[in-house]
Design a binder for this molecule. Sequence first.
Ligand code: DAT
Ligand code: MG
Length: 153
Amino acid sequence: MTERTLILIKPDGVQRLLVGRILARYEERGLKILGLKLLRADRALAERHYAVHRGKPFYAGLVEFITSGPLVALAVEGPNAIAVARATNGATRPVEAGPGTIRGDFALEVAQNIVHASDAAETAESELAIWFRPDELVEYGRDIDHWVLAADD
Ligand code: DAT
Ligand code: MG
């Protein structure tokens, strides 16, 4: 099923000069980029994004971290995009993330795990709305879609 999802390259990914290499992984996988921007999240935006984690012991650190520098927000589309993006990211705890995943290749610590991706259809929809206005998402066809996507996608 064609899905859209939100991906963030968190401030550690930007500071470590990994934006291009990380973007390439989603792009090469075949996910279509619909929206892309670099911004520094303020506290209100971070708190909306991480509302489900409010009250957890790591919540304050999480908001602090995500607002600590610019990040890259990315809206992508493709078959099973939600699961594909999370599989490309790897497990939340980098120690459990397999080699070949972004976290498995570039991260060591859960609090500096480089990337975010929405975890379900409802969160993808609400998170995309938090980070992108509707007119910031661009719909277009790609000539390679014929090679990447099944005929009925
Ligand atoms: P994911 O980002 O894989 O969806 P999550 O939603 O459970 O993981 O947690 C959100 C982020 O919070 C995660 O990417 C890093 C941080 N985090 C999670 N568990 C943590 C912990 N035990 N200590 C510090 N940070 C944690
Ligand atoms: Mg999550």
